[in-house]
Design a protein around this ligand. Structure first.
Ligand SMILES: Nc1nc2c(c(=O)[nH]1)N[C@H]1C(S)=C(S)[C@@H](COP(=O)(O)OP(=O)(O)OC[C@H]3O[C@@H](n4cnc5c(=O)[nH]c(N)nc54)[C@H](O)[C@@H]3O)O[C@H]1N2
Ligand SMILES: Nc1nc2c(c(=O)[nH]1)N[C@H]1C(S)=C(S)[C@@H](COP(=O)(O)OP(=O)(O)OC[C@H]3O[C@@H](n4cnc5c(=O)[nH]c(N)nc54)[C@H](O)[C@@H]3O)O[C@H]1N2
Ligand SMILES: [Mo]
Length: 725
């Protein structure tokens, strides 16, 4: 390094030995105090996950309202102005009407309740579009595609109780210590009972090493439980080859469950031939894990009577994500580890209702059977052509083929890939409207018109003319239960999501069927009793019961203390939706060789953030305080590039596309990131989401699920010149 290259002022600390404990309580309380006022926050904390409380919105932090009136920005205005509800909703209805259904996109983030999601997809489809991009497209879409093909349902198959009976729990590409803290107590109980937990991850995440329970007095005083028995430090993207290797070892050992395969699974002969034909050296080279280790984990798997495989974004956000997840499913099918106690598949979801939103029809490629039932129930012909997902929506905006954009929650700009392009795409729209609990970056980059509608958060009481309402959500284990806010609303102006959507539906119906239309028949959208639905959510649930399978007697069953569980053709081993048999998949693992000098970058979460909402700049589990624009690098990769700890660097991603035989490379850059040495595999590096999103090329998506490859971006690291620094 040159003498005058500047070092950043960032504090790097020792990594803590355990996750949870007093520090975690202190941190949660700090955020509650800052967000909601300590009194509101304290009360909210007590009500989280109680039978009569609201569901933990993924990380137990209540939302701050921060918004109390509808806001509208007119064309040419520099600022938003306070508006009335009618006027603001009228602007959205006008713009949707002008753009038409094909040029409208309706985004959903995963906190939306079942009731709101159902109304939202209904109004969108009655308007005439399947353009329902959602956060799932960037999240577990790859899991949904992989599982849908292999077991006939795009969801996990385990229940919480299975964790009490598993011998082996694989935690693959997931950091529960930060992102699923409630899962840690489940893992701790499993570990105490003697279950083996194997973490497969490029990082030795502290939260998986040891855990002290914040509600357990002894734990808080410093006792902690060892969690992961074993840690496999896999390079980014090595999982497909790794699991092919496990499968090969199982087959070679003659340890498959032949009865289960014969009775329930298609494709074993082809699979066996495929693993025999794939040599160990190729598997080892592509997994980046040595054969001894692969065989050791395979041995653990062979001796386990019941195994659960959990995974999250470390598997879903790669070009080969679908094939990788299918290789995990293959391994599980080989020994019948699906649909029996203590065994199964567990894609661990993010947002509290992202799974339920999909069940309710938030889907750009909805099953035709769903559309048929929707059409029968509401007397209309839903559009059947596939709509746009998240990446396709941004590309369509760039081509001026999406003109009106409505977001039910979320932060589309900051969460999407290729931030700069997404910003320009949003700004090119005629309308960007958001229904939100708090302001975020997306709202600051509207199109010609911008509308922001403030809604009640999940923690707030929702009282309609028929009385206090509750909503429902579905968790990662397909349990449907109630969620009811306990706090007084931050402002009497706030409306609930179902009420806002019903209001939009009526305004749209007015435009599509003006009162002076003469003898023309009333269109279906004008025949739905939107106002009554918004006043009594039981009526929405009755409609859901008649459209969505598994929701019969919805209103009765959801009033039981724990709610109810949806049927699952994987768990019941019927595989009824795919002809009665599960499928083994054949895949060839990718060659991960990088061009000289390049690194493969994953974008990950820190402790003090919830997706695009950053609560603090510390990541105490990774020992970085006060700064998020950091790049974690292997020390030898640093030396090779003459970089030192805390040096300022620019990160440049490269994306090559082949068009008409020509290769065209585009570059994206983020400046002044800080180098932090970290124990990760050679050739790999990590940055934080969303700071590094400008580097993720819009076209770099997973095969078949179209999920942005946020965990696999090829970059080079360049020292900032002394002038920059
Ligand atoms: N506090 C908090 N909780 C959250 C969220 C939050 O932002 N903050 N977000 C919520 C949401 S929407 C989601 S989807 C979940 C996300 O939960 P996670 O999936 O745990 O989140 P990430 O930080 O993206 O971490 C992915 C993990 O995958 C590892 N990884 C990366 N690439 C690979 C790979 O190629 N192979 C393997 N085996 N591992 C890899 C990373 O090292 C990291 O440990 O969390 C939810 N909960
Ligand atoms: N590079 C990179 N990009 C990623 C990821 C990654 O790992 N790396 N992860 C991806 C993943 S897994 C996901 S899920 C997406 C997340 O994408 P989004 O879901 O779009 O993003 P969030 O940050 O969760 O959205 C937060 C906003 O939602 C609004 N909100 C919160 N609660 C409510 C509510 O109850 N109702 C309403 N109406 N609004 C509410 C608030 O305005 C808040 O600012 O990001 C994806 N992007
Ligand atoms: Mo997510």
């Amino acid at each position: 390094m040159t003498d005058d290259a500047k070092l950043a002022d960032v504090r790097l600390t020792e990594l803590p030995k355990a996750a949870g404990g007093l520090a975690a309580i202190a941190s949660t309380m700090r955020h509650l105090a800052r967000d909601s006022g300590l009194v509101r926050g304290g009360k909210a904390l007590l009500a989280i996950n109680q039978p009569d409380g609201f569901d933990c919105p993924g990380c137990a932090w209540p939302e701050a309202a921060g918004l109390t009136h509808p806001l509208v920005r007119a064309p040419g205005d520099a600022h938003f102005r306070v508006s009335t509800w009618d006027a603001a909703i009228g602007v959205i209805a006008d713009e949707l009407h002008a753009a038409g259904p094909d040029q409208t996109a309706l985004y959903t983030s995963g906190r939306t309740s079942n009731e709101a999601a159902f109304l939202y997809q209904l109004v969108g489809r009655m308007f005439g579009t399947n353009n329902f991009p959602d956060c799932s497209n960037m999240c577990h879409e790859s899991s949904g595609v992989a599982l849908g093909e292999q077991i006939g349902v795009g969801k996990g198959t385990v229940t919480l109780d299975d964790f009490a009976h598993a011998d082996l729990i694989l935690v693959i590409g997931q950091n529960p210590g930060t992102n699923h803290p409630r899962m840690l107590s489940t893992l701790r109980d499993a570990a105490r009972r003697g279950a083996t937990i194997v973490s497969i991850n490029p990082l030795r995440e502290v939260g998986l090493a040891r855990f002290s329970h914040p509600q357990h007095p002894l734990d808080v005083l410093g006792h902690s439980t060892a969690l992961a028995t074993e840690f496999v430090q896999i390079p980014i993207g090595g999982d497909q080859a790794f699991f092919l290797g496990i499968g090969k070892a199982v087959v070679e050992a003659g340890a498959v469950d032949a009865t289960f395969l014969a009775d329930h699974v298609d494709g074993y002969d082809a699979y066996r031939a495929h693993v025999h034909a794939t040599p160990w050296p190729l598997i080892v080279a592509r997994a980046g894990v040595d054969e001894v280790t692969i065989r050791r984990i395979a041995q653990r798997y062979l001796t386990s009577r019941a195994t659960i495989a959990c995974w999250a974004m470390g598997l879903t956000q790669h070009k080969h994500a679908v094939a990788t997840i299918q290789e995990v499913v293959n391994v599980m099918l080989l020994r019948g580890n699906i649909g029996r106690p203590g065994a199964g598949l567990c894609p661990v979801r993010g947002h509290s209702n992202v799974q339920g939103d999909r069940t309710m029809g938030i889907d750009h490629a909805p099953p035709l059977a769903f559309l048929d039932r929707l059409g029968e129930t509401f007397g209309f012909a839903p559009p059947r052509a596939h709509g746009l997902d998240t990446a396709a929506t941004i590309a369509a905006m760039e081509r001026r083929e999406v003109r009106a954009f409505v977001a039910l929650g979320g932060n589309f700009l900051a969460a999407s890939p290729d931030t700069e392009r997404t910003r320009v795409a949003l700004e090119s729209c005629a309308l960007v409207a958001s229904i939100a609990t708090k302001l975020n970056r997306t709202h600051l980059h509207p199109g010609a018109r911008g509308v922001i509608l403030p809604c009640l958060g999940r923690t707030e009481r929702d009282v309609r003319s028929t009385g206090a309402q509750f909503v429902t959500v579905e968790d990662s284990m397909s349990m449907v239960h109630r969620s009811q806010g306990v706090l007084p609303p931050a402002s009497p102006e706030l409306r609930s999501e179902p009420a806002i959507i019903a209001g939009l539906a009526r305004a749209l119906a007015d435009r599509l069927a003006p009162p002076d239309r003469g003898i023309l028949p009333t269109p279906p959208i004008a025949r739905v009793p939107w106002a009554e639905l918004a006043d009594d959510y039981d009526r929405i649930r009755d409609l859901i019961a008649s459209v969505v399978p598994g929701f019969a007697d919805f209103n009765t069953r959801v009033r039981t203390p724990d709610g109810f569980q949806l049927p699952n053709v994987g768990r019941d081993r019927s595989f009824a939706t795919i002809g009665g048999r599960a499928k083994l998949a054949i895949g060839i693992p990718p060659d991960l060789t990088l061009p000289p000098g390049r690194l493969r970058m994953m974008t990950i979460r820190s402790h003090d953030q919830y997706n695009t909402t950053i609560y603090g700049l510390d990541d105490r589990y990774r020992g970085v305080l006060g700064e998020r624009r950091v790049i974690f690098m292997n020390a030898r990769d640093m030396v090779e590039r003459h970089l030192v700890e805390r040096q300022l660097v620019d990160l440049i991603s490269e994306w090559t596309e082949r068009a008409h035989g020509d290769a065209i490379t585009t570059e994206r850059i983020v400046r002044r990131f800080i180098v932090v040495p970290f124990e990760l595999p050679r050739g790999n590096c990590a940055t934080y989401f969303p700071e590094a999103n400008p580097l993720v090329p819009l076209e770099s998506v997973a095969d078949r699920s179209n999920t942005p490859t946020s965990k696999s971006v090829v970059i080079r690291v360049v020292a900032c010149s002394p002038v920059d620094a």
